[in-house]
Design a protein around this ligand. Structure first.
Ligand SMILES: [Zn+2]
Length: 156
């Protein structure tokens, strides 16, 4: 992940820090500090977590991060999720059903979770109230995230 994107999340207060003591021996104590930017979840399956999107890698200008606030980032992430739903790759985090853009199917929402874990995920309107149950016990530094798919986010 580019430093510019990490700095942006730091500026927004959305970087998680994890301090770990590597050794039991106090004489040779090593402290390991890791930071993690928010993740995206296409479903609750462990292989469905993605690294956060970098707007520049999707064709936005270099300086776009300087001008983006959290609302802009939410909008950008939502556009990416819509492409994932269109591709049939996204599931409700709670009930695990494949989401669609069809009007006759239950509506869903992109949600930014900011407790314990910083993560964008998708859930049906009616499933949201069960979300806390499904987020319990997840540790952000134990989740493996893959690079995000490069959907074409241009407006057509
Ligand atoms: Zn659901």
């Amino acid at each position: 992940m580019r430093n510019e994107l990490l700095s942006w999340f730091a500026r927004e207060g959305l970087l998680l820090t994890h301090v770990q003591s590597a050794s039991e021996d106090p004489e040779h104590d090593e402290i390991k500090v890791s930071v993690r930017a928010p993740l995206l979840a296409l479903s609750r399956a462990s292989h469905d977590f993605r690294e956060c999107l970098d707007p520049v890698l999707f064709g936005y200008p270099e300086e776009s991060l300087d001008m983006m606030n959290l609302d802009d980032m939410n909008q950008f992430v939502l556009t990416w999720f819509e492409r994932a739903v269109e591709a049939g790759m996204a599931r409700c985090f709670v009930c695990n059903q494949v989401l669609t853009m069809r009007e006759e199917d239950p509506p869903w929402d992109a949600i930014f979770v900011s407790q314990d874990l910083y993560c964008w995920l998708l859930a049906h309107f009616d499933c949201k109230r069960y979300l806390n149950r499904d987020l319990k016990g997840r540790h952000p530094f134990e989740l493996e995230a893959r690079p995000p798919e490069f959907f074409d986010l241009r407006l057509t």
